[in-house]
Design a protein around this ligand. Structure first.
Ligand code: FAD
Ligand code: NAG
Ligand code: NAG
Ligand code: NAG
Ligand code: NAG
Ligand code: NAG
Length: 533
């Protein structure tokens, strides 16, 4: 990186744009926006491809992004435990001789401490305490088997997508009035996607599930390492960044991204700016949907449609530390389900004080998603704590559940640098529509969890999109599309494919009474004449 005040080409920019700040901007070849898994991996890919002139700009005082942990509770010696606020599982490991989840590879490289997550190790509760309704899970699984095959037909025959709810209904699975069936559905669906089946795509949810759980493996491992899950990303960063590398700008908030076919200028809240040949933006869909960052010029409509259509879910883990000598759960089970008459109301609890996790810790957490997350984000910690204690005392007995000695939960929906937890594919968004989320706009590129068509929502999505985009931009910086780049080329060499117009399947002639279309909605001259034939 060099300062433009001493560069000569930047002077031309100043004259051309009459923009004084440009003069003071730091010059670099690539600006990487965000130091989460995607940003760090993109920068590593640049570095691996001999592009060392880059700057990484990060809101927080440390790298990792949504891969984030904190200390919580105390052990008997007064040391704090580490708990994961964001991602917790490596989901999908490897097939026998086939592909391996890159996150699993890295978890092994850094010896992350983890335990097999046994989703069948479940104890079930209702309003009156323990009651065994796990057998009802078979109904969901039977319906899923139909829905996944059906999704394959939708995908391969280019049929119209549906909501996952409609798909379950068509499979004859209708749990609405049964709290037990509803919590099992929540456990099988919302717990993974952080959204209800009602607002989620059938086709792409199944495709996403297949990519990770059939493409790698159905196994998931819960990471509980005192160094934190993001040890792997800090470790990778240290392979190409020095401890106080001037190319890593921490605690720096991007407020404005100005782009042209020639370059990108980033303006930060502190008034500093960076002028780059290319930029890779790894901000979450939640951040892109917020108005926290301004694009200049405003992003084109095809890009805005993609950003506003994709969804951000919220996944909230609510941590308790109970006195370790007052443990009230049975330590043979990893998951406890609570069938509330209100779907999604504190449906899952996970004790961490279990033999293979954090024994003796007294730590236990509840999980809620999106709608319930928004609700508890808007109320006090005290209120949430007493709601959950009321549930626990109802199912375990008042006398058995003591007051916790520590309590905490993050508010992902309100966090300005995340605005939610991870993305979700809504019904009816086509592959082309999603491709527009990944596509570059001039020299501004996009990467992250949400831009992955097959692994959205997962760390492997962030990693693979960061790597792919970093490599793509490196070839452009190095003067062309390399031979090794096998991705589809757009019209302009090196650009991502994009669809400026998303086509439906209905031609204008078909808006006719034989399709139930009786009243013209077109203005004179814009469409067919009123009245028809
Ligand atoms: C609660 C939760 C549970 C999850 N569980 C799992 C799981 O079990 N398994 C799994 O595989 N995945 C899980 N995920 C998803 C996973 O964490 C994400 O996919 C991944 O961490 C996203 O990485 P990213 O680099 O794409 O985005 P981010 O991590 O969001 O990186 C973007 C970076 O940009 C920065 N930024 C944002 N705005 C600005 C700005 N204006 N200026 C400067 N910098 C900015 C942010 O601070 C951030 O560091 C979970 C996520 C959450 C939140
Ligand atoms: C960069 O190269 C190193 C060393 O070969 C490798 O371990 C790493 O995975 C590469 N990173 C990316 C993003 O390709
Ligand atoms: C998972 O838990 C179930 C129920 O307790 C048990 O039968 C099964 O053996 C466990 N699986 C593994 C791999 O531990
Ligand atoms: C998902 O995998 C199942 C089982 O292999 C298959 O039947 C289905 O067609 C796949 N669906 C999609 C959308 O890939
Ligand atoms: C964003 O930056 C551009 C170029 O530096 C500038 O013209 C524009 O006014 C800025 N917009 C905002 C909202 O700050
Ligand atoms: C805990 O669950 C196991 C397995 O179901 C059971 O054998 C054991 O008796 C239970 N322990 C207590 C204290 O209820």
């Amino acid at each position: 990186m060099q300062n433009s005040a001493v560069g000569d080409d930047s002077l031309c920019d100043v004259i051309r744009n009459h923009a004084a700040p440009e003069y003071a901007c730091t010059r670099t070849k690539v600006a990487v926006l965000g130091a989460g898994v995607a940003g760090i991996t993109a920068a590593q890919a640049l570095s691996n491809n001999s592009v060392s002139d880059f700057v990484i700009i990060e809101y927080n005082a440390e790298i990792g992004g949504r891969c984030r942990w904190t200390t919580f509770g105390n052990d008997s010696e007064g040391n704090q435990y580490t708990v994961e606020l964001g991602d917790n599982w490596v989901q999908g490991t490897a097939t026998e001789d086939g592909p391996e989840n890159p996150i699993w590879t890295l978890a092994k490289k850094y010896n992350l401490i983890n335990t097999f997550s046994n989703s069948s190790s479940v104890q079930t509760y209702g309003e009156n305490g323990q009651v065994d309704y796990l057998a009802k899970l078979d109904d969901f699984e039977e319906a899923y088997a139909y829905v996944e095959q059906d999704a394959g037909i939708i995908l391969s025959e280019n049929l119209q997508d549906r909501s996952f709810r409609a798909a379950l209904n068509l499979a004859g699975y209708k749990p609405m009035l049964d709290p037990e069936a509803s919590v099992l559905e929540w456990y099988s669906f919302d717990f993974e996607y952080a959204q209800t089946p009602d607002v989620t795509s059938q086709e792409f949810t199944v495709a996403n599930y297949n990519s990770t759980f059939y493409g790698f493996s159905e196994d998931s491992y819960l990471v509980h390492d005192p160094r934190g899950f993001n040890t792997f990303i800090r470790g990778e960063a240290s392979t190409f960044l020095t401890p106080s590398d001037p190319r890593l700008l921490l605690s720096t908030i991007v407020t404005n991204i100005s782009y042209t076919p020639e370059g990108v200028t980033i303006t930060n809240e502190d008034g500093s700016c960076i002028s780059a040949d290319y930029a890779i933006c790894t901000f979450s869909v939640g951040v892109l949907q917020s108005d926290l960052v301004t694009f200049d010029p405003p992003l084109p409509q095809w890009k805005r449609i993609a950003i506003e259509t994709f969804q951000m879910g919220i996944y909230t883990k609510i941590f308790f530390q109970f006195p370790p000598d007052r443990i009230f759960w049975n330590s043979s089970y990893q998951f406890l389900l609570y069938a509330s008459p209100q779907r999604g109301y504190y449906p899952v609890f996970q004790p961490l004080d279990l033999p293979d996790f954090l024994p003796g810790s007294g730590i236990f957490f509840a999980t809620v998603v999106t709608d319930q997350s928004r609700r508890i984000e808007a109320q006090s910690d005290e209120r949430t704590k007493s709601e959950i204690l009321a549930v626990l005392r109802q199912i375990f007995g008042d006398e058995n559940v003591p007051d916790p000695i520590d309590f905490m939960y993050p508010r992902w929906g309100q966090t300005p640098w995340a605005r939610g937890s991870y993305s979700n594919w809504p019904p009816g968004l086509t592959l082309e529509g999603h491709q527009n989320l990944r596509a570059n706009v001039d020299r501004l590129w996009f990467a992250g969890e949400a831009t992955s068509q097959q692994y959205f929502g997962y760390l492997q999505g962030s990693y693979l999109e960061g790597k792919g985009t970093g490599e793509r931009v490196a070839t452009l910086v190095n003067g062309g599309l390399g031979e090794g780049d096998t991705r589809v080329e757009g019209e302009v060499q090196g650009d991502e494919l994009r669809y400026e117009v998303l086509k439906g399947t209905t031609t204008i002639e078909e808006y006719a009474p034989y399709n139930g279309w009786y009243v013209s909605t077109f203005q004179e001259g814009e469409g067919e004449e009123e009245g028809g034939s």
